[in-house]
Design a protein around this ligand. Structure first.
Ligand SMILES: O=C(O)CCC(=O)C(=O)O
Ligand SMILES: [Fe+2]
Length: 301
């Protein structure tokens, strides 16, 4: 049987063709999606936010890896040209939008819910980093598998070349259709490194098993720009963090903040800068410099 691969399609391929591959395999590469000029501009805008080299203390990211979280708010070029890339947004609108009929007295109304941003992170894998554990990003949202439609849609745009040696993202094609837990144990030998040239994009369903690869080079850093969207119903009804922002919240007791949403779930859901929000924005709890003490995340049961 032919070795599974991640299909590569050139930018400009009709969206229906891209979706056909994405639905079937759970992931697809679109080559030459973003120009070098845009990559350079994003790099300039993100540069002031680079983390110093440090030892990562949590258990989700291997040591020698670094990130810039909240790239959407740190680089307007990233927001406009990467996150809002027309092909990526069209895919998200078509696969993540929820249309649902709902009884409203005598009427039946049709409600339409568009996807929203999930995260925006630049992932930097340095020399000596081990491979990340294979995982499903939608595990953070406690999604059951197989799903009827994707819950998350992810895009990783190569800022540098990505190779099997420098930590190219690995994916298991078809694994978005696997059921949960014991029937779907992802094995490293099933995972395929996705080699990208700068500006190429890997677009994948958040149910696909994947992970950052190991970087066995001496001096190459591997950087990808992540744009992630989620079904729009996965949020509170009231936009609580706008009316109850950190400047107001700091006057409240910790228990009230935890109950209202200022605490991440053990899966990590609700983090800010990969940190517990109470630590990151209010300076409460134990300090975890530069990173979330994701010690709780993905507790093994
Ligand atoms: O760095 C990568 O290639 C992937 C990172 C990733 O999958 C994650 O952090 O969820
Ligand atoms: Fe991931």
């Amino acid at each position: 049987m032919a070795q599974p691969t991640v299909v590569r399609l050139p930018a400009g391929t009709p969206v229906d063709e891209v979706l056909e591959v994405l639905d079937r395999d759970g992931g697809v590469v679109v080559t030459n999606l973003i120009s070098q000029e845009i990559l350079d501009q994003v790099a300039r805008e993100l540069k002031p936010h680079e983390q110093p080299d440090q030892v990562w203390k949590g258990n989700f990211f291997p040591e020698a890896t670094k990130r810039i979280c909240g790239a959407f708010g740190k680089s307007q070029t990233y927001a406009k040209e990467i996150f809002l890339n027309p092909l990526y947004q069209e895919i998200c609108q078509r696969r993540l939008t929820i249309t649902k009929k709902s009884r409203y007295g005598d009427e039946i109304r049709t409600f339409v819910c568009k996807p929203i941003g999930n995260t925006s992170t630049m992932f930097d894998i340095g020399p000596g980093a081990e491979a990340q554990q294979l995982h499903r990003d939608d595990g953070v949202q406690h999604i059951e598998h197989p799903t009827k439609q994707p819950t998350l849609m992810n895009m990783l745009v190569a800022q540098t070349r990505t190779t099997p040696e420098n930590g190219a993202t690995v994916v298991i094609p078809g694994s978005h259709k696997w059921p949960d837990l014991e029937d779907s144990h992802p094995l490293p030998e099933q995972a395929i490194p996705v080699c990208l040239e700068p500006g190429d994009a890997l677009i994948f369903d958040g149910a696909v098993f994947h992970g950052g690869g190991a970087n066995v080079t001496k001096a190459e850093r591997r950087k990808v720009l992540g744009a992630f969207m989620v079904q729009g119903n996965l949020r509170s009804e009231e936009n609580i963090f706008l009316h109850f922002n950190p400047s107001v919240a700091k006057e409240y007791p910790t228990e009230a903040l935890e109950a209202y949403g200022y605490k991440a779930a053990s899966s990590g859901l609700g983090w800010v800068d990969y940190r517990e929000p109470l630590d990151a924005v209010l300076g409460r709890g134990k300090p975890a410099p530069g990173s979330l003490d994701f010690g709780n995340v993905g507790i093994t049961v």
